[in-house]
Design a binder for this molecule. Structure first.
Ligand code: B1M
Length: 209
């Protein structure tokens, strides 16, 4: 029997295969997907960040932990997504230019899909003009993610590019990511902020309504 603690440790150790097996084992034991996510996978990435800050981990360790986290998420994804739900609206989401972090953005995308939204994932390192194109191609909400304090200004530049392209009248913009705050969202003219993936789903629903 594999516990959540083992999954947590295996994410930190970057053991992707063990994480896959652990997540599958936990699901087979009847543990809810969101419990596995919130009590093992996400806290493990927090611990990885802490170790990086303290100089115990370096970029390669962060990378293999991220790979292990993604392996676990891939097993969880079908359980987080309720298939057969009618589209609740179209959301284009991406990590802003210069930023390669995608785990949080992917999680937000999975949760949105789970709530019935059509999600257009623009990937990472996304330039402002790609978000403008997405707005012109039918997205009702544009989601910007940033994990670095150095890439947060790209959110403002992206909103500015959307303003200049006259698309802000047809889309709403939601921003998020670890360093992002509600007051920053207001400061740069975003319509909304969400601190995590499940509240992002609720906020996007409100924006579309
Ligand atoms: Co980097 N990294 N990283 N990293 N990394 C952080 C962010 C850092 C805080 C680590 C630290 O120092 N403690 C630090 C940033 C410091 C700062 O800016 N003040 C940092 C750094 C410095 C760097 C590099 C510069 C390191 C270097 O090269 N010297 C470099 C930058 C590369 C680049 O982007 N240009 C770098 C690289 C990497 C890896 C590539 C190795 C890897 C990313 C792999 C990947 O994503 N594919 C990585 C990782 C894994 C991390 C940490 C450890 C974990 C991030 C993560 O996945 N968290 C991170 C430390 C940390 O966050 N504690 C760190 C789990 C994820 C579920 O949470 O992404 O916060 P999060 O998403 C949440 C919410 O924020 C929110 O919902 C999500 C789910 O609840 N959310 C949204 C996110 N997007 C949203 C959008 C929304 C709404 C909500 O609406 C649209």
């Amino acid at each position: 029997m594999v516990g959540l603690e083992t999954i947590y440790k295996n994410v930190i150790a970057g053991q992707a295969q063990e994480v896959e097996q652990g997540v599958q084992g936990a699901l087979d034991q009847g543990i809810d997907a969101d419990v596995i996510l919130n009590e093992s996978l996400i806290p493990a990435m927090g611990e990885v960040g802490k170790r990086f800050e303290e100089g115990e981990f370096f970029v390669p360790e962060m990378l293999i932990s991220a790979r292990a986290m993604k392996a676990g998420l891939a097993i969880l994804k079908p359980y987080l997504i309720d298939s057969g739900v009618e589209s609740a609206g179209i959301v284009a989401i991406g990590t802003v230019q210069g930023d390669l972090h995608d785990i949080g953005k992917n999680l937000v995308a999975v949760m949105l899909e789970g709530a019935g939204f059509e999600v257009r994932d623009l990937g990472v390192d996304v330039p402002p003009e790609t978000f403008v194109d997405a707005a012109n191609e039918g997205a009702q909400v544009i989601g910007l993610s940033a994990l670095l304090t150095t890439t947060m200004p790209k959110m403002e530049q992206t909103i500015q590019a959307m303003r200049e392209a006259n698309v802000l009248n047809k889309v709403s913009v939601i921003i998020g990511g670890a360093p992002v705050t509600e007051s920053y969202a207001q400061q740069i003219g975003a319509d909304a902020f969400a601190p995590d993936a499940s509240s992002a789903t609720r906020v996007v629903r409100q924006l579309i309504e």
